[in-house]
Design a protein around this ligand. Structure first.
Ligand code: AHM
Ligand code: MG
Length: 280
């Protein structure tokens, strides 16, 4: 596990450098979700593959940018699912982006996730890991320096509602509106890494990416995005559920690119989600 985290740190430093220097143009091709890939998506994917391929305890790698998992070492214990550059469509606007990693054993199902991590490329480069606790590190020079344990309070002040409002279901509109009526503030950049990071650092709130009339299963992918963040939120004392009120980490992934509606927050906001979704 330590070796994997070290490989993640090496890739984070290389990707941070790449963001500074690679142009923002498109690569010729789309990913499995049908999204056009940037050169930066493809470069970041290669960097992570190169670094993680050096870790002999890894059996399989699955990436948001690859159709199928690739084998690293048949005898390896761990399976790693990653999103090399989440929110990359924001790079041209100079907003923050991130990399997300889930470390699994046996399968890419939620219950088999052992640990997770993400990197935020913003004004600073930060790393958050969740093995036993959720811990925050900041890149200073060549080292990731420990900053703090991340712990959510029972209730926050931030509302980060994803998805296109035109396609929200009526009960979801009511949930979001009710939080604003309680005094919650809108904080949404469109990058799930900085949006979820902000809630963790400020101590609470709700990030939602619901199922919508055009995308009933939502947009965010279980293996690369949802399960890793669910683990981090739970380790920080928060909750992470789907639209049926189930713990996200109890869900299976029938294939690695599968998506799910998802809600991450402190306990108060997650209780509100359950009420408005009829699961309380
Ligand atoms: P990506 O992995 O292709 O970058 O997509 C994931 C991103 C998340 O960071 C963000 O929460 C979401 O897409 C926003 O999507 P949209 O703007 O389509 O609602
Ligand atoms: Mg992504």
């Amino acid at each position: 596990m330590t070796e994997i985290i070290e490989a993640i740190k090496r890739s984070a430093k290389r990707i941070a450098q790449e963001i500074q220097t690679t142009d923002f143009g498109y690569h010729e091709g789309t990913n499995e979700s049908g999204e056009q890939q940037l050169k930066l998506d493809v470069r970041s994917d290669l960097i992570i593959e190169e670094e993680l391929a050096q870790v002999s305890s890894i059996k399989l790698l699955a990436s948001e940018e690859k159709s199928d998992p690739i084998t690293i070492n048949e005898e390896g214990r761990y399976l790693v699912g990653y999103d090399p550059l989440d929110g990359s469509s924001l790079v041209d606007t100079n907003l923050s982006v991130g990399s997300i990693f889930g470390i699994y054993e046996k399968s890419f199902n939620g219950p088999d996730l052992l640990a997770s991590a993400y990197v935020v490329y913003g004004p600073r480069v930060e790393l958050v890991t969740a093995t036993i606790k959720a811990e925050r590190f900041i890149l200073q020079g060549d080292d990731f320096v420990y900053l703090q344990e991340l712990a959510l309070k029972d209730k926050g002040k931030i509302n980060a509602p994803g998805g296109t409002q035109k396609h929200w279901y009526p009960h979801h509109k009511k949930l979001i509106q009710s939080l604003f009526e309680e005094g919650y503030r809108l904080r949404y950049s469109g990058g799930m890494v900085p949006d979820l990071h902000q809630i963790l650092v400020k101590g609470g709130g709700l990030f939602s990416y619901p199922g919508t009339t055009d995308k009933p299963s939502g947009k965010l992918r279980k293996v690369f995005e949802v399960f890793p963040f669910a683990n981090i939120y739970e380790k920080a004392g928060g909750n992470a559920i789907d639209d049926l009120g189930r713990r996200l980490l109890e869900l299976p992934a029938h294939e690695v690119h599968e998506t799910t509606p998802c809600f991450f927050g402190s306990s108060y906001e997650i209780q509100k989600v359950k009420e408005y979704y009829g699961q309380a």
